[in-house]
Design a protein. Sequence first.
Length: 457
Amino acid sequence: MTLRTDSKGKEPGFTEKMEPPKAVQNRIRQLTPSFTFEELWQLHQRAAAKQDSPSDLRRASTRKKWVLAGQAAVLCVILLGGISFYYPTLGNALKKVFFIELFYKKVGTGINNGLARIEPNNLSTPINLSVTDQNIRLNVADVFYDGAQFVINYEVDYLKQTTIISKDEAAIYYNYEFVKARPTMIGTHEFTITGDHSFVGTTVFNVGTLPEEPLLNIVIRQIGATQGNWDVTVPLTVEKSAPLTKIVRPQIAASSGDKAFFVEQLMLTPVTTQVVVHKDPDSNLSFKLEDDLETPFSHGGSVGGRMNFGPPSELNPKPAYVTLVVRDMEAEASNTVTQREEYANADQVPVTLKGDQGGTVTITQVQYSENSTVVFYEASHAAAQIPFLMFEDSAGERYIPTKEAVRISKDSFSYRIEYPKLSPAPGLKFLISVNEFARERKKPVKIKIPIDWEATE
């Protein structure tokens, strides 16, 4: 598969305490100025004492302050430069890049929200594999793998470019090939320009069954418009995610109408919830997942019978059970759906709008901040808890959420959802798009899967 696009990214946090080796310490000492800060300060004090007049004192003090500031700046540059050169891992930590954060700025709410947990929880494995060709350096910074999906973050530098790189130059053409494995894969990527001559990228793939500790060959023969060879082999490991992963094997046979299916496995990793279901590929069944509070899991795509969702919510990280909700979409194909739009003025909070399946959505608060707009709302029942809620301004422009809605109460269907920065200007409105069915929908099949968090495999 060859993919190409345009995205943003940053590098994982540096959390381990690291001691520079003696060679680095010696070299830093060699690069350090021959005077100390205390000696500089003593010279400053003696010079200041010799000044006769107040005006002379002010001029001398100002001059000495600038000298001290300059020497301190030089000392910092030498120290940081030496550390970065002789200890690249520490140097990389100082220029931290949050790849996933930049990735989400491009894809919005369209991707499994569990990826946002990778960097804050230090779940990725540093790789730092670099290849330079045609004066372009590719560095694979780190990789995350949890048995359900993998995420690869990389940086690209045009080493001798004199002009600012364009969007077309911030692109990688690649193929992924696993050593001794041919799994089904589906994924996406984004690239983001981070400097005049550099960009970063993040690639996310859902992947089928792989052998233990798989090796991934990344074949790259073009970056931007430049042909070359930047091939690298990246090891994938579940070393960080495995201790935090829970596997349940429900082994449940069920059916929706005349369409049978078998629920084999539930896997909950720090980032992904995966359900393995065996069914007829032509059965046209849809699957959703919710926890014991009826909070839906976000969709994360599927590969064959492996369906990926986001992790449990932070509000309810260890539900006693999850429920697999199964619908026969073929049986519902003849049930006509129309969309109705509900409006309300944004300056009339609290305000209640009609929601899905006869429910309501009450907007209780709006917070306009420097970087975003945050809306708090409460739904009347579970079917209405994730509304298609937007803003519309006086010019008719619509604004969709930048992040997924987050449930904030176990006792009610109360949520917090974030939008782009907006101002409470006249004419700003809330808009909910409500699905209405020609006839009442058939009740779905629900499979309850208990989870014993204390049990070991």
